[in-house]
Design a protein around this ligand. Structure first.
Ligand code: DSN
Length: 436
């Protein structure tokens, strides 16, 4: 595949090569990113990209589905097995579409939904005001407790009784603590609402039994397939048998046309990978690494939202460091440490330059890094922030990051910093670590 790409489109080939090198030569701390296996990549780049398969197995609108039906059934069965769900729809193009399909399956436009505030850690599609989810539906957002940084279930219950939403959404994109899905289920039940749970971030931890599963307590569970779950990028819906037809109709023909069969095929591969003891060990290590990162950063004087983490991510409050999140994220990027700036609960700074940094450990765990490497990374982060205006220190940290990366190859990538190219890499400028 690579040589064909090189032959027919050398420009794009070179850019793919550079991205591969970049991914190998940085510490990837964006909690929603990961590295898929070579098998997942191979399935994603396969001939399944050629096939239209509108509909569902045995109910398609195009012929030639002898193979696609088998693949989709496998993906469905694998998803049902690892999540212990009655029904799985593996067609959503993304988590955002999956969330909209979950709402469309259960309520009518104009009804009310209630999800976590985006600035406190929710997602755009949980009813945030710039998202279509707040235009199709009325929406109200619940905050985290500003003192503890944690979900306040009594307050959420009070809000539910006051606003009477038709759907209560649990789940987050920047919440470092375990979510009590049973409580959410009860809050929804008490007001006769549906409970939709979005486990996009923590799906891999749920599969591994490290985070409580919402399956027994939610009407529909929505997820992405790529974050901790480590598959190709896509979405998925899991639900009780009673909602299966509505869910399927909401995805197709409600919101989508033909599923992206190459992605669906790659997701099937990842679901099999997730059904192994190695995956459980990986998921456990994600949390150990996240806790190690939290503790070490706190030792360096960093303030963490909620004072720590139970899952794969941490949210750093930079206000005591007197520097904005954007400046820090960009300096860390120059030191080859990639994370994202993020709002923190109660942030008075604008979302384009908020007071927080979000960091997570799925990708470095996939590379095989453990607590000693995480402590080293925390040291790098501390040095960069202490020397935020000193490009020479930032460059030095970048070189040390590269040395660390050279010991932990990225699965599925054809370029890594290694003993043959490391000297040349270290000699290259701090801003161009991947141009080799
Ligand atoms: N964009 C994802 C994240 O980074 O958390 C959420 O969809």
């Amino acid at each position: 595949m690579v040589s064909a790409l090189e032959q027919y489109d050398p420009q794009i080939y070179e850019l793919v090569r550079q991205e591969s090198a970049r991914e190998s030569a940085v510490i990837r701390l964006i909690p929603s990113e990961n590295y898929v296996s070579r098998a997942v990549m191979q399935a994603s780049g396969s001939c399944l990209t050629n096939k239209y398969a509108e509909g569902y197995p045995n109910k398609r609108y195009y012929e030639g589905q002898q193979v696609t039906d088998l693949i989709e059934r496998l993906a469905q069965e694998r998803a049902k097995k690892i999540f212990k769900a009655d029904h799985a729809n593996v067609q959503p193009y993304s988590g955002s579409v999956a969330n909209l399909a979950a709402y469309a399956a259960l309520i009518e436009p104009g009804d009310m939904i209630m999800g976590m505030s985006l600035t406190d850690g929710g997602h755009l599609t949980h009813g945030w005001n710039v998202s279509l989810s707040s235009k199709f539906y009325k929406s109200v957002s619940y905050p985290v407790n500003p003192e503890t940084g944690r979900l306040d279930y009594d307050h959420i219950a009070d809000m539910a009784k006051k606003h009477k939403p038709k759907i209560i959404i649990s789940g987050a994109t920047a919440y470092p603590r375990e979510i009590d899905f049973e409580k959410f289920g009860q809050i929804a039940k008490d007001i006769g609402a549906y409970h939709v749970s979005d486990i996009a971030h923590i799906a891999g931890l749920v599969v591994a039994g490290i985070h409580q599963s919402p399956i027994p307590y939610a009407d529909i569970v929505s997820s992405t397939t790529h974050k901790t779950l480590r598959g190709a990028r896509g979405g998925m819906l899991l639900c009780k048998a009673e909602h299966a037809d509505q869910v399927d109709r909401a995805v197709f023909p409600g919101l989508q046309g033909g599923p992206h069969m190459h992605t669906l095929t790659a997701i099937a591969v990842a679901l099999a990978e997730a059904d192994t003891p190695e995956f459980v060990a990986y998921a456990r290590q994600i949390v150990k690494n996240s806790k190690a990162l939290a503790w070490k950063l706190m030792e360096y004087g960093f303030k963490l939202m909620s004072g720590g983490t139970d899952n794969h991510l941490i949210l750093v409050d930079l206000r005591n460091k007197k520097v904005g999140g954007k400046k820090v994220a960009k300096a860390l990027d120059r030191a080859r440490i990639v994370c994202n700036y993020n709002t923190i609960p109660g942030d008075t700074a604008p979302p384009a330059n908020p007071s927080g940094l979000r960091m997570g450990t799925p990708a470095i765990t996939t590379r095989g890094m453990k607590e000693p490497e995480v402590e080293q990374i925390a040291g790098f982060i501390n040095r960069v922030i202490d020397n935020i205006n000193n490009e020479s220190v930032i460059g030095e940290v970048g070189k040390e990051v590269l040395l660390l990366c050279s010991q932990f190859p990225v699965p599925g990538h054809f370029i890594i910093p290694n003993k043959d190219n490391l000297a040349a890499l270290l000699a290259s400028g701090p801003m161009t670590p991947w141009l080799f």
